[in-house]
Design a protein. Structure first.
Lengths: 218, 218
DNA sequence: TCCAACATGTAATTTGTTACATGATTGA
DNA sequence: TCAATCATGTAACAAATTACATGTTGGA
């Protein structure tokens, strides 16, 4: 299970289940997520396997904290995972499933609505990632070439998110353009607001090549 | 459950569980995946709900096929899903988790190996998507602006994969460049093959802007 | 004769989500 | 006093993977 490995990675320093839950929302959100109700029993199982030890610590407020530390076995397991093959993802992207079948509705306004909504979400996510990167750049003058190894690798994963979200926004722009070109020829399912949308300029800095067939570079 | 909705979408025409399994590997692979052992019981549950009906049909070879058809209730449920909010994804991208923690190894050669391996995978996936698009363009002279609604939406989702995979390849290029710049200053964990890798030119057609901070466009 | 593709399923297990349960402390 | 944050968990359910089980047909 990869959750166990992500927890091992996060436990570079000792932390409680609750702490780790917060880390999933903050630092790890762009590549993993987990609920506390999954984290707690998982930590328990990892302790049974000998990858972690725990001790109780009084809390400033609220009940005792149960603080976990990685054992040398845990560290070894993490290394094994890190040195192994990159783990893929059986992609399950529900919004693409929706879009794929939206042709069965024969209502282009609905397709348009979905693309506009998606673009808005991707833009927000992108802006959040850019903000994080700006923060890192401002608070460490070694950014980016002289960063310590940990932060440097964090930057690499952050930039994966940046590239992908930029691409998603650009894809939405392209798709909306294709869609509006269609709406101009066949009147069926036409969105009355299509022409008045104020927010439709594609990003000129991020066009892979001639639309609509960037595949043909041979 | 979105699997049920994807199955409803795929059942535009009647099909057996086995057929649908093949469709997941072929047409739907870039946005969803499912094993036959998940598909069969799911179809059963959907029939109980009244979204599908089934009848047996003799097969050319092998046992009888159990062919499912969408009912009007099933069609209505599909529409409800399609007209609803775009469904997000709790992203769990294991390879980014690996990369994120690879800093704890302090072995840049290992980071390099992973990025090169990832880039290779993304390139292959990208080439496969480009090949599919080329096939569609060749077999339908209405491509892309005059395609019927179904194929048009299929094209939109395909192009999502194209954009994202292009971005992933470009991200790997950038990451390797940053990495090699690091290796040049600090000798620690240096990959002896880094300089002789023949396969390292970044794609000039797909650079968002100045590296390494495409976020700063203000 | 053996393997691949066709065809359908069940069982066991793992993984992930949602709902429930409890209780302390701090600030508005 | 009320809500938010801290803090840990269990239970029920849903979803997904892996392993098991069975049997046919056609081609190398």
């Amino acid at each position: 299970m990869s959750l166990e490995h992500v927890l091992l990675g996060l436990l570079e320093r000792p932390a409680s289940g609750y702490d780790l839950g917060r880390e999933f929302e903050e630092t790890a959100a762009h590549f993993w997520s987990a609920h506390l109700s999954q984290i707690y029993p998982t930590l328990g199982r990892m302790e049974e396997k000998g990858w972690l030890t725990s001790h109780a610590e009084p809390s400033d407020r609220g009940p005792d904290r149960k603080v976990y530390s990685r054992t040398s076995d845990g560290r070894r397991e993490l290394e094994r995972w890190l040195r192994g093959e990159p783990e893929g993802h059986a992609s399950r992207v529900a919004y693409l499933g929706q879009l794929f079948f939206l042709g069965q509705l024969d209502d282009l306004a609905e397709t348009r609505r979905m693309l506009v909504e998606l673009r808005e979400r991707f833009r927000e996510r992108l802006a959040a990632l850019e903000e994080i990167e700006r923060g890192w750049a401002a608070e460490d003058d070694r950014f980016p070439d002289a960063l310590p190894s940990g932060p440097f690798h964090h930057l690499l994963t952050l930039r994966a998110g940046l590239w992908v979200h930029r691409a998603r926004v650009a894809w939405c722009d392209e798709a909306l353009e294709l869609l509006d070109r269609r709406a101009d020829r066949g009147p069926r399912g036409r969105d009355p607001d299509a022409a008045t949308d104020p927010d439709d300029a594609p990003d000129p800095d991020f066009a892979p090549e001639t639309n609509p067939t960037p595949g043909e570079r041979s």
